[in-house]
Structures are given as structure tokens and as C-alpha cells.
Design a binder for this molecule. Structure first.
Ligand code: BG6
Length: 489
């Protein structure tokens, strides 16, 4: 994409001393600087509550950038970049702090564009946008003001609506960028390309040819230090409502009229509308990890993690079978699965095609397996296609074989990290990779329906051991053929 780097921009990060800023945002800005993708006139003001000098702050950022970088820091680039960083100390509800911040912005450039990034705990979202509005810092004639909000965007439909209202009291809707970092992942952006740029896939992307779809985001980690947050959210709100639903929408969209923000968002939303309408057919299972072992390492149960209640009924695993009630997908199961403390970290989409009608007699060739298209999102990035071929030799046996495209191997490790892409797009006013408010609203409505259904049956937690693929009941969502891949990853 051709972008205009001549527009000046100041980025103001609320939560400047936090983990997200150190591990993702600043390293991403540094890499954008390396690739000459930052605006020519660029400054970043990091707002934090700690008592730090500018030099201390910049040194801390240097260390974090170094840690997150595979290569040593380029000192020339760093020297230029570090001169753009300012630390500004204030609490988030302090009016005098906003007044000083406003003066600092004006001193940097009177007609400057400003990107506010809320890298703070969600309870501060409302306060910060409210203060920016009250201090007349959220809109400006002749320049833009945008705000980037991290997830979680609410905890359910009601709280999301409330938050959205508060944000839109201060900012215009088109200036609000709600982050789902999965959309910044390079292979997620590839989902549309793999399908729409290849007739071999697009022509068979429908219920006539596709048997079912499996979307998984499994993690080996537990909740670590985030027990307090996780207790309020659980797997459904933490992963399904946003990341998994986004993947589902991208797989299932109708061809957009054009590949721009408006049309892609429209098509994604249409998928969700049909998913919710047909929700009665959906089946779901939830789980919570107990003690277990992975790679010889003993792992404690979720209920023994810090800040987690001893009798917690928060789910750390969710799996579901969903249908999309439209012409293209009617009757095709979509399986979604996510969990913590699984045996492997793997985020992927697997599309299984229907078995070929028997043209080649099984009595002569043996059984043909299905074709599978596997889109690997993380940690491996790439695409594999499984198909049938003749086994070399004197008999006619057919065996499954795989063609593999490894994105890392092909393009090296330079594929931009999710936050580089997202920051870059927000600075350039392209919201295609940010979920629209309508998408968020509909996906909360979907999550709320599921959550309400879960209120009526309390599973006996913990119901899976850490280091396993989740509760037995998740297996029963599927037929034995469908389970073959599910258990293979
Ligand atoms: C975050 C969730 O949104 O995504 C975390 O809050 C989860 O609980 C993380 O660990 C997973 O992201 P990734 O990019 O590692 O798959």
C-alpha cells in the first residue's frame, strides 16, 4: 500500500510504563522507524504514573527494544528514534496533567495530528477518553485525532455499549480504532488472499465441497499473573468473542465488492448476523484445567493460580460447533476451540473438503482421504495442502501427501509483527484491520447468548488435566472422522 509519510503525527501512549508499551508498542515503533515507515515528523509521548526522568524512561525502552529484537539494535536508528520519545508523568484523572499534555502537544506542532493509544487496564478507558473530550483534545479542525483502544472492549454487550457511548461522546466513530491483535497477524491477512486470489480454492469455497472447518487457538501457557483479569473474562470473553470470531468471519465472508475497509467490514458483519440467527443449533463445551504435566514439567491447577478463587467456575477452555445459516454455508459445521495449558501452542484454520465420490474403486486403490487446507497462523506461519497421490511402487495404493508453503522459510523472519502493521495502519487512517463497532456489538451478542446458556449447567471443574487437549466432552462435539485432525495437531 502507498502511504503518505509526510503528515506529521504525535502518538500519545497512556500506559507508557506498562508491559504492552515495553514489549510490543515501542519495539514496533522502532521497527517501523528502521523500515522508514514512520511519518517524517513523528513524536511519541509516553504517559505514565511513575516518577521517572526522561533519560531513565528512554533507557528502559532501549532495554525492552533490545530484548524483543532478534538482531542487535541499530544505534544510528535508535539515536534518531530516542530523540522523539518524551516521558510525561500524570495520573489518568488529573486535570492539570491533561492541561500540561495539551501544551506539550501544541509545542511540538500546533496543527499536528494525534494518535492516542490506550495501553491501560480497561477500567481507565472511560476516564481517559472523558478527560480528552473535556479538555478539548479529542477533535481538532484541520488535523486528525484518533484513539486506539486495546481489548477487552467491554465484558458483555451492555458494558461494551456503555463504553462505546462514552468514547463516541468524545471522538467521532471513524476516529476510533478498536484493537484485535489477531487481525495484525500476517497469516490472518493472508486468509482472504489465499481464497480470493486462487481459483482452485475460491471455486470450491462452499457447502457443496467443504465438509467442515476447524479453527483453533491453543496455548501451552496458563493464566500466569493475569488470574485477576481472567477470573472476570474466561476463555469465551478472552479469546472466542474476539480472536476466534474474527478468524471465522474472515474464512466465511462473501466476496467483497472491493477490498477496502467499508466493504470488508460489511461482509464480515453479514457472516456474524447469520451465525447469531442460527445459534440454536450451536453446541458448546467448556473446561477448566486441573493439575497436569507437559514435557515432564508439573503444572498447577487453574484454581491454584494466584488471584483465582479456590472454587472458581471460570472456563480456561471453550470449544463449539457452529453453523452459518446462509446459501454458501448452510449445514457446514464450524468448530472453534481455544484453551490454556494445552500440549502445544498452535493457532490454525483447517478446512476439510468432502471426500471425492468414488471414481477410483477402493477395492483396487484403497480409501481416499479428504483434501485438507491448513492455514498455519502461529507459531508456524504457512499453508499446507493435503491431497491424495499414488504411493510409489508396484501396487496402486493411494496415500495422503502434503504440499507445504512455509512463510518463514520463504520470506525470512521479516514479516511484520502484528503491532507494527496495526500502528502503521492507525497512523495512516486505514481501519480495515480493526473490528468495527458493529462487529464488536454482534460478537458480544453472540458471546452473551452462549454465556447465558452456560448459566444453566455447571460442569464439574476441573475437567481436563493441564497438558492435554481439553475435556472429553469436546471430542463428542465431532464425528469420529472429524476428530481425526482435531487430535492430530
Ligand atoms: C490475548 C489474550 O488477547 O491473546 C491472552 O488476552 C492470550 O489470554 C493471547 O494468551 C494469545 O495471543 P497470541 O498472539 O499469543 O496467540
Amino acid at each position: 500500500m502507498q502511504v503518505d509519510n509526510t503528515q506529521p503525527c504525535v502518538m500519545v501512549i497512556f500506559g507508557g510504563t506498562g508491559d504492552l508499551t515495553h514489549t510490543k508498542l515501542m519495539p514496533a515503533l522502532y521497527r517501523l522507524k528502521m523500515d522508514a515507515l514512520l511519518p517524517k515528523m513523528f513524536h511519541v509521548i509516553a504517559v505514565g504514573r511513575r516518577d521517572l526522568t526522561n533519560d531513565d524512561y528512554v533507557q528502559g525502552i532501549y532495554n525492552s527494544v533490545q530484548e524483543s529484537n532478534e538482531l542487535p539494535i541499530d544505534e544510528v536508528t535508535w539515536s534518531e528514534f530516542s530523540k522523539c520519545i518524551y516521558y510525561h508523568r500524570q495520573t489518568f484523572d488529573d486535570d492539570s496533567g491533561y492541561a500540561v499534555l495539551k501544551e506539550k502537544l501544541a509545542a511540538l506542532s500546533s496543527d499536528c495530528n494525534v494518535l492516542y493509544y490506550l495501553a491501560v487496564s480497561p477500567e481507565y478507558f472511560e476516564t481517559i477518553v472523558g478527560k480528552l473530550g473535556a479538555h478539548d483534545m479529542a477533535r481538532k479542525k484541520g488535523a486528525w485525532r484518533r484513539v486506539v483502544i486495546e481489548k477487552p472492549f467491554g465484558r458483555n454487550l451492555k458494558t461494551a455499549q456503555y463504553l462505546n457511548k462514552r468514547i463516541c461522546d468524545a471522538f467521532d466513530e471513524e476516529s476510533v480504532y478498536r484493537v484485535d491483535h489477531y487481525l495484525g497477524k500476517s497469516m490472518l491477512q493472508n486468509l482472504l488472499v489465499i481464497r480470493f486470489a486462487n481459483i482452485a480454492f475460491e471455486a470450491v469455497w462452499n457447502k457443496e465441497s467443504i465438509d467442515h472447518v476447524q479453527i483453533s487457538a491453543c496455548e501451552t501457557v496458563g493464566v500466569g499473573t493475569r488470574g485477576g483479569y481472567y477470573e472476570r473474562f474466561g476463555a469465551l470473553r478472552d479469546m472466542v468473542q474476539n480472536h476466534l470470531v474474527q478468524m471465522l468471519m474472515l474464512i466465511a465472508v462473501e466476496p467483497p465488492k472491493s477490498f477496502d475497509e467499508k466493504h470488508i467490514r460489511e461482509r464480515k458483519l453479514a457472516v456474524l448476523k447469520h451465525l447469531i440467527a442460527d445459534n440454536k443449533k450451536a453446541k458448546s463445551v467448556r473446561g477448566q484445567y486441573g493439575e497436569g504435566e507437559n514435557d515432564g514439567q508439573l503444572m498447577k491447577a487453574y484454581r491454584s493460580e494466584s488471584l483465582v478463587a479456590e472454587d472458581s467456575d471460570t472456563e480456561t477452555f471453550a470449544a463449539m460447533k457452529l453453523f452459518i445459516n446462509n446459501e454458501r454455508w448452510r449445514g457446514v459445521p464450524f468448530y472453534l476451540r481455544t484453551g490454556k495449558r494445552m500440549p502445544a501452542k498452535t493457532t490454525q484454520v483447517m478446512i476439510e473438503f468432502k471426500k471425492q465420490a468414488e471414481i477410483m474403486p477402493s477395492s483396487q486403490f484403497g480409501d481416499c482421504g479428504p483434501n485438507r487446507l491448513i492455514i498455519k497462523i502461529h507459531p508456524e506461519e504457512g499453508v499446507a495442502f493435503e491431497f491424495n497421490a499414488k504411493k510409489p511402487g508396484t501396487n496402486d495404493d493411494i496415500v495422503p501427501v502434503q504440499m507445504n508453503f512455509c512463510q518463514h522459510c520463504h520470506f525470512g523472519f521479516n514479516s511484520p509483527q502484528a503491532y507494527e502493521r496495526l500502528l502503521h495502519d492507525a497512523m495512516h487512517g486505514d481501519a480495515t484491520l480493526f473490528p468495527s463497532w458493529d462487529e464488536i456489538k454482534s460478537s458480544w451478542a453472540f458471546a452473551d447468548q452462549l454465556s447465558a446458556r452456560w448459566q444453566n449447567d455447571a460442569p464439574d471443574f476441573p475437567n481436563y488435566d493441564a497438558g492435554t487437549w481439553g475435556p472429553q466432552a469436546a471430542q463428542e462435539l465431532m464425528s469420529s472422522d472429524e476428530r481425526e485432525w482435531w487430535n492430530k495437531q
